[in-house]
Design a protein around this ligand. Structure first.
Ligand code: SF4
Length: 372
């Protein structure tokens, strides 16, 4: 059994029609409920819910405050490599893009870490392209072991791995894995992932299952908005989340909301997702699930990120570089995508505090893990 069995029971076009056919009466009925289920979620992400955004935002704020308090968790990405054996139409690291490829050595990793530690971070997200020979399991394991004494929370966003490989990395100190399906529309997925291992839709779809079975602490799911209709993709993400929570109930979950950003070899978004759409979606996820962590990266601009703090977000990155060595080793190398909010960590910290929130640098320690 895997999520694929659940996924196969749904049809994209039927869901799309259903989501676009809700009325304001349906949305009002959903908002009167105390508990929102996956079916109600469809109404909350529908165009009919737009006039109820203020109400959804107030409820999302209250639920987030009840569960997470006035806190925002800070994390920072560190790109280890831009080598990639896949073609993804929307990514600057795509195999056919003629860019200088770089994979950080141990010395370079430690140089980057020294810079990041000075900024105050304790939660780090390690990112690589998908290049098995250069940045396979042994490279990742070495990187985790190299830095584990300096971070209490290490997350990776790398190629999907087998269950035993995840187990090896968890043993080495891995806390969490982000693996976004990009789009749950099979045909569109094929168009954007024509070559390389990533073209295997089902293998990617079942990656969170392998992570759950490996006993990972936290799994991050999501879709890349712009490839397909964001409403249907978000429904599938919510369905995925609910399946995972039920199946791997010891694991925590997070959702991210990446919208397509400019990059080398640009692809235009097929479907636009406006700021107000994104706010609607963030609130809808919070109403669906009080516990899920909602994460916001520097892909979004300054104004949007300032305004979203109180609406349901629980973690945020700052001062991010999306190129390997971007902090201290080789700041001029090519980025995976352009970031939008370029403010310093200090500025983001002040922005959060000015809104009455506490900045959290550390909320986990390996010594809490009784299984270790
Ligand atoms: S999105 Fe990931 S897998 Fe695709 S080209 Fe970029 S780095 Fe490679």
């Amino acid at each position: 059994m895997s999520f694929k069995n659940t996924f196969d029971k749904y049809d994209w076009d039927t869901l799309e029609k259903e989501i676009y056919s809700f009325t304001s009466i349906d949305v009002k009925a959903v908002l009167r409920k105390e508990k929102i289920d996956i079916s109600d979620f469809k109404a909350l992400i529908s165009p009919a819910a737009k006039p109820f955004l203020e109400k959804m935002a107030q409820r999302s704020h209250a639920l987030t405050k009840k569960r997470f308090g006035n806190t925002i968790q800070m994390y920072i990405p560190m790109y280890l490599s831009n080598e990639c054996q896949n073609i993804c139409t929307y990514c600057g690291f795509s195999m056919t893009n003629k860019i200088k490829r770089k994979t950080l050595s141990d010395t370079e990793i430690l140089k980057e870490v020294a810079h990041i530690k000075k900024l105050g971070y304790d939660h780090i997200l390690l990112v690589t392209g998908e290049a098995n020979r250069t940045v396979g399991v042994s490279y990742l394991k070495n990187a985790i072991e190299l830095i584990r004494s300096q971070f209490s929370n290490i997350t990776i966003e790398v190629q999907p791995l087998h269950q035993n490989e995840y187990e090896e990395l968890i043993e080495a100190g891995l806390y969490s894995v982000l693996v976004y399906q990009e789009t749950y529309h099979k045909e569109t997925y094929k168009i954007h992932h024509p070559k390389g291992k990533k073209s295997n839709f089902d293998y990617r779809l079942n990656t969170p299952d392998r992570l759950g079975r490996a006993g990972i602490h936290k799994i991050g799911v999501g879709a890349l908005f712009g490839l397909e209709d964001w409403r249907v993709d978000s429904f599938y993400t919510a369905l995925h989340l609910k399946y995972l929570q039920k199946t791997y109930w010891k694991t925590k979950y997070s959702i991210s909301f990446p919208r397509l950003r400019p990059h080398q070899g640009e692809v235009e978004p097929k479907v636009e997702m406006t700021d107000s759409d994104l706010v609607q979606l963030i609130c809808a996820y919070r109403l669906l699930d009080e516990d899920v962590e909602l994460s916001m990266s520097t892909r979004e601009n300054e104004v949007f990120r300032n305004n979203i703090i109180k609406l349901g977000i629980t973690s945020i990155s700052a001062e991010s570089k999306t190129n390997p060595g971007g902090y201290a080793v080789e700041p001029q190398s090519l980025e995976q995508f352009e970031i939008s909010d370029e403010r310093s960590t200090k500025d983001i910290k002040e922005m959060i505090q000015n809104q009455g929130y506490e900045v959290v640098w550390k909320d986990w320690d390996r010594s809490y893990d009784l299984a270790k």
